[in-house]
Design a protein around this ligand. Structure first.
Ligand code: AMP
Length: 501
């Protein structure tokens, strides 16, 4: 079986309906079971007021039920809004208020829950539609809405239409050579668009998604043995995640004998990693893809083979996919195509600044610095703004600044990335201006990590907090993060020298 995304229904194919569709953290589902459960889920969601174009938040972490809910939402025509449990409650509440949502689906408890904490009210034959019935979005025929870090402190909702998802799966089928019924690693949380490769790849190609929870991936050997047991063919992750696994000797062609493809996206693919993977998996294809969430997972691609590795000290992001145009305007990479989002939800200011029309199709300014060589080979040279990638996570530093400023006694604040020589971010430190001269944190800030954790996901919490009298500003009166990074390094260098290191 497979899921026909154009007709929005499950269809029978030659593939056996008893083939595995989803291997979840708590249970596994065969294709027939996925189809039955997704239909039942859609019926249930209807009783809570969900319908076509009404967004439905799905919250959880790698449960088979999470996958069922996404398929059920597609059947219903309701855009799904995936929220991993890595997001704290407060962040989910802010997402819900942007959507105007009052109820969400909790995949861990397999239940619909009201956002005010009360039990969600279902409609029965005896009562009228619930007073809290959720409202449809202005944009119609969306597949999903994905929230990414936002500069104002509020996550921003990227609205992806069904036509964009159709373009994604056509591209995957035409160019990725994944074979029949590929078995995908799904490691990225569903709230990150990288995971949409596996969701829509599995559904459209009649494959299998192996959902790897954080607790499973933390057990290197068991994790790899699980992937081998399910006959993994397609590895999808950020380069950072694959890099960690190199420590494990089982991460090799012997350990994962069915693996044919590495599909990377989300951050720079380091040459060193690609070389090591070529050695460990000589027969596997390594595909580097690039693109922002705002353009449905990825837009450019290149197969990184030995010839590409021999030619480039820093890997290119490849060529525009078949139905997209990528060009450089004032040094910035711009993308046009049907896979570009419909816009950020309720953010007309951002839409006006970042979106435009090119030859009659939607186009988006990425904020990435880029270059193009003859023949259309593209390169990404980092960001124009204060967005960073750390361990594969997309982070707006200004969102952290905003959470820091909400701490007691803090007048201004800045999150500062500390970079490795190759430019990748090793960790974040934060500076807060408290007016004090001695550099010590005031008592009210002793618990700063848990105060921040109420609002930010763990990967956005800086590893250190330093107090200072005032923060340095650059010529344009913005907080000078580069100066702060330099101050931090100088202070550490001094301490090391004092300790004779
Ligand atoms: P996200 O929306 O989380 O997919 O992040 C998109 C951003 O990640 C892009 O705008 C780039 O800055 C960066 N990025 C994604 N893929 C790559 C890649 N293959 N090489 C370099 N940077 C990338």
């Amino acid at each position: 079986m497979r899921f026909d995304l154009t007709a929005s229904r499950f269809v029978e194919t030659d593939e056996r309906p008893d083939a595995w569709a989803v291997i979840g953290a708590e249970r596994a589902l065969r294709w027939r079971e996925l189809a039955t459960e997704a239909e039942a889920w859609a019926q249930r969601a209807r009783t809570y007021g969900f319908a076509a174009d009404v967004p439905v938040i799905v919250r959880g972490h790698k449960e088979a039920a999470f996958f069922v809910a996404m398929a059920g939402a597609l059947l219903l025509g309701a855009p799904f809004v995936p929220v991993d449990t890595i997001y704290p409650d407060e962040r989910m509440q802010r997402i819900a208020s942007t959507l105007g949502a009052r109820t969400y689906y909790d995949a861990q408890g397999d239940r619909f829950v009201a956002l005010n904490g009360e039990p969600a009210q279902a409609q029965t034959a005896a009562n009228s539609p619930p007073a809290s019935a959720p409202q449809p979005l202005r944009e119609k025929q969306l597949a999903y809405v994905l929230f990414t870090s936002g500069t104002t402190g509020e996550p921003k909702g990227v609205q992806i239409g069904r036509e964009s998802v159709a373009a994604l799966v056509e591209w995957m089928a035409a160019d990725f050579a994944l074979g029949d019924a590929p078995v995908f690693l799904n490691q990225a949380p569903f709230s990150f668009d990288l995971s949409m490769y596996e969701v829509f790849g599995t559904l459209s190609l009649g494959g299998t998604a192996v959902l790897a929870s954080r607790s499973l991936t933390a057990q290197g050997a068991t994790f790899l043995a699980t992937l081998a047991r399910h006959g993994l063919t397609t590895w999808v992750s950020t380069p950072s995640f694959a890099q960690q696994l190199l420590l494990n000797p089982q991460f090799s062609a012997e350990g994962l004998p069915a693996l044919k493809t590495f599909l990377f996206c989300g951050e720079v693919l380091p040459v060193g990693l690609a070389r090591q993977l070529r050695q460990r998996f000589p027969a596997a294809r390594i595909v580097n893809t690039y693109g922002p969430t705002e353009a449905t997972v990825a837009t450019t691609w290149i197969v990184v083979d030995d010839a590409v590795l021999a030619q480039h000290a820093r890997l290119p992001i490849g060529y525009a996919k078949r139905d997209a145009e990528v060009f450089v305007e004032d040094g910035e990479l711009c993308i046009a195509g049907a896979h570009v989002m419909r816009g950020y939800l309720n953010r007309e200011d951002l839409n006006a600044a970042r979106m435009f029309t090119r030859h009659g199709v939607r186009a988006f300014r990425t904020g990435d610095l880029g270059a193009v060589e003859g023949g259309g080979l593209l390169f990404c040279h980092g960001r124009i703004d204060d967005q960073i990638k750390m361990g594969g996570y997309r982070i707006e530093l200004m969102e952290i600044d905003s959470a820091l400023r909400a701490l007691p006694g803090v007048s201004s604040a800045a999150a500062v990335p500390l970079r490795r020589p190759d430019g990748s971010v090793a960790r974040l430190v934060a500076f807060v201006a408290t007016g004090a001269d001695d550099g010590r944190l005031p008592g009210a800030l002793h618990d700063w990590k848990s105060l921040l954790a109420a609002r930010l996901p763990s990967y956005m919490i800086p590893s250190e907090l330093l107090a200072c009298r005032a923060l340095p500003v650059s010529v344009n009166f913005k907080i000078d993060r580069a100066q702060l990074a330099q101050d931090y390094r100088d202070a550490h260098f001094k301490t090391q020298r004092q300790h004779g290191a």
